[in-house]
Design a protein around this ligand. Structure first.
Ligand SMILES: Nc1ncnc2c1ncn2[C@@H]1O[C@H](COP(=O)(O)OP(=O)(O)O)[C@@H](O)[C@H]1O
Ligand SMILES: [Mg+2]
Length: 289
C-alpha cells in the first residue's frame, strides 16, 4: 500500500479562503456550537496507482447540515467520500493528498487513530450490509466493542438508535430475529442504526437508496432529515429529486476527460434553479449523465 499525504498540496490547501473554522471564528456559526464546526475537505486529490481519480477538491460540510454529492458515474464521488473517513487508503495502490479537517483537526495528521476517526465519521453503503446471522439487536450494538463505549443500558441505546433510524416500530417485537430476515429497506435502516450506536458526528452515505424501492427510499429520506438535526450528513445520490428533497447544499462533480473535480457547490435550491456553470446546468436538467 502506498498511502501518502503529499506536503506540497498542504500549503495550497491551507490557503483556501472559505475555511469553516474561519467562518466560525467570525461568529457566523454554520451549525450549533454543540455540534462543532463540521467537516472540511482541503485540496483533496486521490489516485489509484497512476490513475489520478480526483483533483483538488475543497468542500465544507457545516455541522448539522446535509450535503448531496452529485455527478455522472466515474467522476469520483465514492472515491471522495472514502477519503472523508480514511477508507480510501485501504484500497491497494491507493494514495491521497490534501487535508480533511474534523472540527478543525486534520484526520490525516500522523499519529491519528484511524479506528477512532471511523467511529466519529460513520459510513453507510449502497448495498445494505448488516451481519446476516446476527440478530437485529446484536447488529445495532455490534460496533460498541470497537468503540469501547461504556454504556450503562444497552437496551436503551438499542431502542434509541432504532428509533432514530426510523426502524423501531417495525422491529420492536422481533429484536432477536436475524438481520438477514429484514427487507432491503429495513436492512439499510438497520445499518444506519448500527452506525448511530457509536455516536458519530458525521454520517457518510454512498447512494444509500439506490437498491431500495420508492417507499423505503422516502422512509430513509425522512430519517436523514431527522438525523441532520444532530449530525453532519454527506450523501452521494444519482437521484436529483432526492438531492433536492434532503439536502441543504449540493456539490456537482465531473470528470471531463481528466481526474474528477468538484465543479460547483452552493445551496441546493441554487444548484437546481440557477447553477453558475453550464456543465452543472446540463447535468441537473438531465442533458447528460
Ligand atoms: N478500486 C479502484 N481501483 C482502481 N480504480 C478505481 C477504483 N475505484 C474507482 N476507480 C476509478 O476512479 C474513478 C472514480 O470512481 P468512483 O469514485 O467510483 O466514481 P463515482 O462514485 O462517481 O461513480 C473512476 O475512473 C474509477 O474507474
Ligand atoms: Mg460511486
Amino acid at each position: 500500500m502506498s498511502f501518502q499525504s503529499k506536503n506540497d498540496n498542504k500549503e495550497k490547501a491551507m490557503a483556501t479562503p472559505s475555511s469553516l473554522a474561519s467562518v466560525a471564528a467570525n461568529g457566523r456559526k454554520p451549525g450549533t456550537s454543540t455540534l462543532g464546526i463540521g467537516l472540511e475537505a482541503r485540496g483533496v486529490h486521490a489516485w489509484f496507482g497512476k490513475h489520478h481519480a480526483l483533483a483538488n477538491v475543497s468542500l465544507d460540510f457545516p455541522a448539522g447540515t446535509v450535503t448531496a454529492l452529485i455527478g455522472p458515474s466515474g467522476c469520483g464521488k465514492s472515491t471522495f467520500i472514502r477519503t472523508l473517513n480514511r477508507m480510501h487508503e485501504f484500497i491497494p495502490g491507493a494514495a491521497m493528498a490534501g487535508k480533511v479537517l474534523l472540527d478543525g483537526k486534520d484526520i490525516y495528521e500522523p499519529g491519528t487513530d484511524v479506528t477512532k476517526i471511523r467511529l466519529k465519521i460513520g459510513m453507510v453503503f449502497q448495498k445494505p450490509n448488516p451481519f446476516p446471522s446476527m440478530t437485529i439487536g446484536e447488529n445495532v450494538l455490534s460496533g460498541l466493542k470497537l468503540a469501547q463505549l461504556k454504556n450503562a443500558n444497552k437496551d436503551d441505546l438499542m431502542e434509541e438508535c432504532l428509533v432514530r433510524a426510523g426502524l423501531w416500530n417495525e422491529v420492536k417485537d422481533r429484536l432477536n430475529a436475524h438481520g438477514g430476515s429484514l427487507s432491503g429497506g429495513q436492512q439499510q435502516r438497520l445499518c444506519i442504526a448500527r452506525a448511530l450506536a457509536v455516536n458519530p458526528q458525521v454520517l457518510l452515505m454512498d447512494e444509500p437508496c439506490s437498491a431500495l424501492d420508492p417507499g423505503s427510499t422516502l422512509r430513509i429520506e425522512e430519517t436523514i432529515k431527522e438525523l441532520s438535526e444532530t449530525m453532519t450528513i454527506v450523501i452521494v445520490t444519482h437521484n436529483m429529486q432526492q438531492a433536492a428533497r434532503v439536502s441543504d447544499f449540493t456539490a456537482f462533480f465531473l470528470a471531463d476527460g481528466g481526474p474528477g473535480e468538484m465543479i460547483e457547490t452552493a445551496a441546493t435550491s441554487q444548484i437546481f434553479s440557477q447553477p453558475r456553470d453550464k456543465r452543472t446546468e446540463n447535468y441537473v436538467t438531465g442533458r447528460f449523465g
